[in-house]
Design a protein around this ligand. Sequence first.
Ligand code: DGL
Length: 270
Amino acid sequence: MNYDNRPIGIFDSGIGGLTIADGLIQLMPNESMIYFGDTQHLPYGDKSSKTVQRYSIGITNFLIKNNCKAIVIACNTASALAYDILRLKFPDVKIYNVIDPVVAEVIKTKVSKVGVIATRATIKSDIYARRIKNFNPSIETVSLATPLLVPMIEEGFHNGNVSHEILDAYLSNEHLQHIDELILGCTHYPLIKDEIGRYYNNKVRIIDSPTIVAKQVYSDLLSSEMLSNSKEAVYDFYISDLTESFEASAGRFIHYKNIKLNEIKLWDSP
Ligand code: DGL
């Protein structure tokens, strides 16, 4: 068995992708990681494909220059809009998105109707419905853009009256009725998973990505003999625009206690 102790690179438009980093750290404590959150350009969910692709290519270049052995796109929007182009541009690097492992999980189960909530860009791409249909045309996928949820979560408004009202307004939408499962198609949403489950009286399976994606990355690195056997994992967390509020809220997205965000500018201009 061979090992590879280089870090895993992870990126998101901001700090929501820390939920994916958390899943990876829980499952693979030996892996070092470099996280990059593009807070300078947040949110990606309202941007065009071209713009999200340009930022994603810049970040992937940065992570590869920093010796990453694999890249995890810890953002649904970038996974929907930029995964294919990253695969083309960086054919020699392992690149994982957060959508395919979740789709693989959904099609394993016997369901007839699946809901997806996500950013506007992810919903507009229709990626979940297209992928699910490819594997199982009999599953009906219904989607709803829920753009207020990211700022709501970032401002710490979850598990309270505000989130209750907003979730009620979204989840009571006619499209999201009588579903068997609900995919949380945004890496911020694991923070409101339980609250959403309660909305459905815990009768609908709520699927978020951190554990599912971590298992996929683990099994692929294992079969490629690229896991780390280092005794001491090193974590570096970078964001492109550091503010007090990001520093204050980062700890809510990840269990790792010593998180310290560092600013690094990949772009000269906005
Ligand atoms: N983390 C992003 C995602 O998973 C949402 C935040 C954004 O719009 O940039 O789609």
